[in-house]
Design a protein around this ligand. Structure first.
Ligand code: NAD
Length: 359
């Protein structure tokens, strides 16, 4: 029995997660997979009800589940709250408490959506990469940190880049395992020429590579990588990197896919994972049936692949999404008025994916 926790959240979060769950239920029911989905409030919705962005009960639900499906949180209504009570705190708490140390962000371009990318067609066509970002360590968490007063009246701002062998090994293993399911290439990105901590990173990744002789490992400095992502995005397969480098490079790589509404993500601790679109709650289009649900639907496909080893079902969803795009369905964010395309709402897009799954 598969146990899932569902946190749809705020704004378009509930709209897109709703479509993702409809697709998942259809797939599970038609393939006789036994499952249960339990839902709770997070983010602003939880604050409105319980005066906190996530409750102990919701956290327990997440901890007890095999995987978590997350929509998005946030919105102007809650922006003036103290930081500890803001909706986004729910997300950080879940990542931290579940120790979701590996953030996977695939970025690929569908041929039919090439015009939605700001890059030239010949540069972007064929791009299909996976960024594996370390999510619970590095400079975002290292101590000491803070802004300190100096004797001469100046201030000193400090953040510390820290990685242990164990932290690097476990994220590297994830990258190599994923590469085995793809084109068997791992690129480790660091700044080993300047930062000792990432020199350790490079050496530990090389050590892990010895257990994956079938996967090719190369290294690149982060400044060069940021250039190559624009110059030749299709040359990348799996990129593994630190928390901050991954944060920056994954946003850069998302541009090859054209719209934020197309990009899924997974945050993993071994098989346990939380799956969510990379976008936020989009208050500007919330409740209008305009949001693109494909990122959320593709996140569920990632869940099937990475938490449950159901690669065949994951492929069914990914192929159905591809056919829906080929058939011209377009939510507003990817609509270009091209011949053969039809402007589609959130619900209709979800239904179109299910119709393809029926075929
Ligand atoms: P956003 O991602 O919500 O929206 C940015 C732009 O992209 C908007 O114009 C929006 O309409 C569009 N967009 C986003 N998702 C879309 C989709 N699926 N289909 C079509 N268009 C889409 O980012 P923002 O506006 O900076 O943030 C809004 C709120 O969301 C804030 O409160 C922010 O803190 C929160 N946020 C939450 C998450 C999360 O829950 N993981 C991530 C980012 C931002």
């Amino acid at each position: 029995m598969i146990k899932l926790a569902l946190f749809a959240g705020d704004g378009i979060g509930s709209e897109v997660a709703g479509e993702a769950v409809n697709v998942l239920k259809f797939l599970f029911d038609s393939n006789s997979v036994r499952y249960e989905i339990e839902e709770d409030l997070v983010g602003g919705a939880s604050y409105d009800e319980y005066k906190k962005p996530i409750t102990e009960k919701a956290l327990k639900l997440a901890k007890d589940a095999d995987a978590v499906i997350f929509g998005a949180v946030g919105g102007p209504k809650w922006e003036s709250l103290p930081i500890e009570l803001r909706p986004e705190k729910a997300l950080l708490t879940l990542r931290y408490d579940l120790e979701l140390y590996a953030n996977l962000r695939p970025a690929r371009i569908y041929d039919e959506l090439i015009d939605a990318s700001p890059l030239k067609k010949e540069v972007v066509q064929g791009t299909d990469m996976m960024i594996v970002r370390e999510l619970t360590g590095g400079i975002y968490f290292g101590q000491p940190r803070g802004v300190f007063d100096l004797d001469d009246g100046q201030k000193k701002g400090v953040n510390t880049l820290v990685y242990t062998t164990k932290e690097i090994e476990r994220i590297a293993k994830i990258a190599f395992e994923i590469a085995r399911k793809r084109r068997k290439k791992v690129l480790s990105v660091d700044k080993a020429n300047v930062l000792e901590c990432t020199e350790l990173w490079r050496n530990v990744v090389a050590g892990v590579a010895k257990d994956y002789k079938d996967v090719e490992l190369t290294n690149m400095y982060v400044d060069n990588c940021s250039m190559q992502l624009i110059r030749q995005p299709k040359s990348f397969d799996v990129i593994v990197t630190t928390n901050m480098f991954g944060d920056i490079l994954s946003d850069e790589s998302s541009m090859v896919a054209g719209s934020i509404g197309m990009l899924p993500s997974a945050s993993l601790n071994g098989k346990k994972g939380m799956y969510e679109p990379i976008h936020g709650s989009a208050p500007d289009i919330a409740g209008l049936n305009k949001a693109n649900p494909l990122a959320a639907i593709l996140s569920v496909a990632m869940m099937l692949r990475y938490s449950f080893d159901m690669d065949n079902l994951a492929e069914k969803i990914e192929n159905a999404v591809e056919r829906v795009i080929k058939n011209g369905y377009r939510t507003a964010d990817i609509y270009s008025n091209a011949a053969g395309t039809k402007l589609t709402g959130t619900k209709e897009m979800g239904m179109a994916v299910i119709e393809e799954l029926k075929k």
